[in-house]
Design a protein around this ligand. Structure first.
Ligand SMILES: [Zn+2]
Length: 394
């Protein structure tokens, strides 16, 4: 089990020589930050700051399961936040399938309270479920956004399409129009754990129908795993539908197959390559990780879900250094610009990630901060080490 490390902030005046990346441009310049709060993530950080570094806005991961309350042996809000921070991610969105689930105002505020003093910004999704229609109106005034599981095999926060329709009718008349994140899947009996592309696309079809019916609500289809799903969404051109995919669906993995089990499942190598090309070409609106840690014992027993919040941003940076690698501006668009836009966040000051571009490191136990203590990319060597975060959160 990982040990919780305390992070320390250092206050000082920072000027660096940097390759500065935004969603629009890459410039090479002397960047004067003035007085900042810096969170060092490596021991010899001072030596790195005197050399030329890579500087990028911090990532958002709008799909994580930090497992608290109820499953603290897998992850806590504190351990998950630390993993996020070490992965250059300073805003996360936690999902409602905890125990008790986040489907009442009481549970919602309780989770927000736990996250209040964390080192990252903890956004929380309120669940829409068969048993909380009476709470939807009051939840609407506090919730950062909504999450619904359109998967009839998903037992944690069950929701039928009829319930979702009713909830949308309520939300239509609310002023706070927050995005509704949809786990799109229509699992038929016997395919649990190996849901087909058709079953996933049937869920997406349902989501798209809802988006057409409720034109003034925003729907976000999360963790799509195949390109035909993406094509379906793009083809409709609905103004109120956005989407994301996760690196596990398009990047090569070193972990054995049992550890790769998740919902939707990781598709064939051919599908993965097609999806990777879509990411490369800039067709993906946003990346998330669906960070869903389980212990190794639970994975051996078949638990679906994999960690990922720490890996996403470093992995994309590593990809940018490969021959004909991904454009860093596209990374910023998918992990910073678009997530921020989706959540209506308009902070004037940003968090920044400082990276030593030439530095290699290994994905090993020392690096991994999630309490589950394993990674899909275990033992890989990646380039571009995160040395610290310029943080706005006090
Ligand atoms: Zn999830």
């Amino acid at each position: 089990m990982g040990v919780i490390l305390m992070v320390q902030k250092v206050k000082f005046n920072l000027t660096i020589e940097a390759e500065l990346v935004s969603a629009e441009k890459i410039s090479h310049e002397e960047v004067v930050f003035g007085e900042i709060d810096f969170i060092p993530l490596v021991k010899n950080w001072k030596t790195y700051l005197s050399k030329k570094v890579l500087c990028m806005p911090a990532a958002h991961d709008l799909h994580v399961h930090f497992r608290e309350p109820g499953f603290e042996h897998k992850e806590t809000i504190q351990s998950g936040s630390l993993a996020a921070l070490y992965g250059g991610c300073t805003t996360v969105l936690d999902m409602p399938n905890t125990n008790p689930p986040t489907i009442t105002v009481k549970e919602y505020l309780r989770k927000k309270e736990i996250g209040k003093n964390e080192i990252v910004n903890l956004l929380v999704a309120a669940g829409i479920a068969d048993n909380n229609l009476s709470e939807i109106k009051s939840l609407a005034s506090v919730a950062d956004c909504w999450k619904v599981y359109l998967d009839n095999s998903f037992n944690a926060v069950p929701c039928t399409i009829e319930t979702l329709n009713d909830a949308c009718s309520i939300l239509e008349n609310e002023e706070n129009n927050k995005p509704i994140f949809i786990h799109a899947m229509q699992t038929t009996e016997g395919t649990e754990g190996k849901q087909t592309i058709d079953e996933e696309n049937a869920g997406i079809e349902l989501a798209l129908n809802l988006a057409k019916e409720f034109g003034n609500l925003n729907f976000h289809i999360t963790h799509l795993s195949n390109v035909s799903a993406l094509e379906k969404i793009i083809q409709k051109k609905y103004h109120n539908v956005t989407h994301d995919t996760c690196p596990r669906y398009f990047m090569k993995k070193t972990a054995k197959e049992q550890l790769q089990r998740c919902n939707p499942p990781i598709r064939s190598l051919e599908e993965q390559a097609k999806l990777k090309k879509s990411v490369y070409d800039g067709e993906i609106f946003m990346l998330t990780t669906d960070h869903a840690p389980h212990t190794l014992v639970e994975k051996e027993e078949g638990a679906p879900g994999c960690p990922g919040v720490q890996e996403m941003f470093p992995q994309m940076i590593n990809w940018s250094f490969e021959h004909e690698g991904i454009d860093k501006r596209k990374i910023v668009k998918m992990v910073h610009e678009n997530p921020k836009r989706l959540m209506g966040r308009k902070e004037e000051t940003e968090d920044y990630v400082i990276i030593a571009p030439q530095e290699d490191y290994q994905i090993n136990h020392e690096w991994i901060k999630s309490k589950c203590d394993w990674s899909l990319y275990q033992s890989e060597i990646w380039q571009g080490k995160i040395i610290g975060i310029i943080s706005q959160k006090c």
